[in-house]
Design a protein around this ligand. Structure first.
Ligand code: GLN
Length: 266
């Protein structure tokens, strides 16, 4: 599993958000504390951020190398500031390509998306895409890129951001579960569970789902931080559902933190 994080609020440097926290995204690339699947995240990393006074579309930097090896990122992270940042470190799912184009965040217009999880049977995604001729061409054959293209098809059709994400995640989750149940391996209880933890932003809102992995958020006077896991030991709220029932947590002007469902294999 990968780890991802989004910040929305007062301007912060990329280094303050991703590098400085003692257990922040950089550290999580080799030593995550809460990751349920996979030991480290060394197959690439990416950062997207907004500079709304210059243009509405975010800037993006992605590399297919471990975050800790990239001296170029280290050189600009301290001087690049934004009020909205989405970043991820990647532990590629077996069978998925390790390449920059398979690395989150994916982007379309003003949107950024990261997927922490896996859809083992990617025909679930390709068949859904085939039924949507207006969907953009995915960046990569990686499950996360296919999932992003499904979300872009919805948002391009004018569906609201939270609704688009919820619709795609629940559709893919249900279809993957049905396909697994119908297979011989599924009947034997031998199909790897689908994990659909998605983080999306348009620079003004953060939408997140938690589906078989952890999710945390911290709401403070300066903004909101949503992440797979906390970067330090300060108080943080877990948004991970404790029961396998649909739920939704949001509050007081906070960005939506959506929890459409959990497939309950943990
Ligand atoms: N399945 C995605 C990939 O291969 C995400 C991986 C993950 O969350 N570990 O990149």
């Amino acid at each position: 599993m990968c780890r991802h994080i989004a910040w929305l609020g007062a301007e912060r440097s990329l280094a303050e958000l991703l590098v400085a926290p003692p257990f922040g995204l950089l550290r999580q690339s080799w030593e995550p504390r809460r990751q349920r699947h996979g030991r480290f995240n060394a197959d690439g990393f990416g950062v997207g951020w907004y500079a709304p006074t210059i243009r509405p579309e975010p800037a993006r930097y992605r590399r297919a190398v471990p975050m800790w090896t990239d001296a170029s990122f280290a050189s600009f992270a301290g001087v690049t500031r934004s009020g909205c940042v989405l970043a991820a470190v990647r532990d590629a799912t077996v069978g998925m390509p390790i390449e920059e184009s398979a690395t989150a965040p994916f982007t379309d217009g003003e949107l950024l998306l990261s997927h922490n999880g896996r859809v083992v049977d990617t025909t679930v995604l390709t068949s859904l895409l085939a039924g949507r001729p207006d969907a953009p061409v995915p960046d990569s054959r990686c499950d996360s890129a296919l999932l992003a293209a499904l979300v872009w098809e919805r948002t391009r059709a004018g569906v609201g951001l939270a609704e688009a994400v919820a619709e795609v995640v629940t559709t893919v989750g249900a279809k993957a579960a049905a396909r697994a149940a119908a297979s011989e391996a599924g009947a034997a209880g031998d199909v790897a569970p689908t994990r659909l933890n998605v983080l999306v932003t348009d620079g003004r809102r953060i939408v997140a789902t938690t589906w078989n992995e952890t999710l945390w958020y911290r709401l403070g006077p300066a903004g909101v931080l949503v992440a797979s896991e906390p970067g330090d030991d300060a108080p943080t709220t877990s948004a991970t559902p404790v029961a396998p029932t649909p739920g939704r947590a949001s509050g007081g002007g906070a960005p939506a933190v959506d929890s459409p469902a959990q497939s309950g294999d943990e």
